[in-house]
Design a protein. Structure first.
Length: 311
């Protein structure tokens, strides 16, 4: 009996048709922002006026849009595609309702939890110990790097493309609910290196299929995206979650890219610390084990999606 094997052209055609269906299914789910891009008073000599304008954008434009966008993540995580045909159960677990609640959630996760303890330890070594580089210190550094690598296991970065150009990124934190609880516990053992990397990648790919090139443009433009043939997911380090350089993570005005505390620039009149938003999706896998996917959305990412594509 001869088994038919589809040609490369057949596979590409099927993939293209499946992607067109994905765009058709998700296009109506995305919120549309109505109105012109609000302009900041860059030429104003009054920082109070500038601060008021920025806060108004954050509270009255971007945060409401983000809250409408969060359910799309739950839909993306439940959407079977290609070889990943599992129908996962998903729901929005947490989406802080106002600016203060958003900031408190980000502070609890990024500063107070165990999520980035390894990164802080490694950053402290580079700042205080590097000048004393002995054999013992070399062993200590090796261990710190190992812990940092394991600690970054639950993280993923999803780039946002406009045609072939990457214009922004946002980040995901994926782990079983039991590990999430341990991350905030004083007694339970948090073991990020033991979290199943295949499941992390699986969930991140489901998000990337929808958010690498959001279905908010003509299909011809979307098909030019670098991610049209295959979703793009990048590895992420703990420190990068708050490094906004080159439109990656969100800005943390109280910590530099090496984890060193510092005072915000005197010209920066923002009354909040983290320049971004967060939300959490509960995912029930086929084996019944509950997971959390926490989405970290820098304001530059939300802005690009709101006005996607920028022509």
């Amino acid at each position: 009996m001869t088994t038919f094997e589809p040609t490369t052209e057949d596979k590409q055609h099927r993939h293209h048709e499946a992607m067109k269906q994905l765009v058709a299914d998700f296009g109506p789910l995305f919120p549309r922002h109505v109105g012109e891009k609000p302009a900041l008073p860059f030429d104003s000599e009054s920082w109070a006026e500038y601060e008021a304008a920025r806060r108004d954008q954050y509270v009255n434009v971007m945060l409401p849009y983000w809250q409408k966008l969060v359910p799309v993540y739950a839909a993306a995580l439940s959407y079977p595609f290609g070889d990943d045909i599992g129908q996962l159960q998903t729901s929005v677990e947490v989406c802080p309702a106002d600016m203060d609640a958003q900031q408190n959630s980000l502070l609890r996760l990024l500063e107070k939890s165990k999520l980035r303890m390894a990164w802080r330890s490694l950053a402290e070594w580079y700042v205080t110990q590097q000048a004393y580089y002995t054999d013992g210190q070399r062993k200590a550094l090796s261990e710190l790097k190992r812990e940092h690598h394991e600690g970054s296991n639950p993280l993923a970065e999803i780039p946002l493309y406009q045609s072939i150009m990457r214009v922004s990124c946002h980040q995901l934190i994926c782990m079983p609910v039991s590990q999430w609880d341990a991350m905030f516990s004083q007694t339970a053992q948090y073991e990020p290196g033991s979290i199943d990397a295949k499941t992390i990648k699986r969930l991140a790919v489901r998000v990337a299929r929808v958010f690498n090139a959001p279905p908010l443009a003509d299909i011809e433009l979307l098909a030019q995206s670098s991610s049209w043939g295959e979703p793009i997911v990048w590895n992420m380090g703990q420190g990068g979650l708050t490094v906004s350089k080159s439109c990656h993570g969100m800005d943390d005005r109280h910590v530099d890219e090496f984890g060193r505390p510092h005072s915000p620039d005197a010209k920066d009149k923002r009354s909040w610390r983290f320049d971004g938003f967060c939300a959490q999706i509960r995912v029930i896998l086929e084996d019944g084990i509950p997971w959390y996917m926490t989405v970290l959305a820098p304001t530059h990412f939300v802005h690009h999606v709101m006005y996607y594509p920028n022509r």
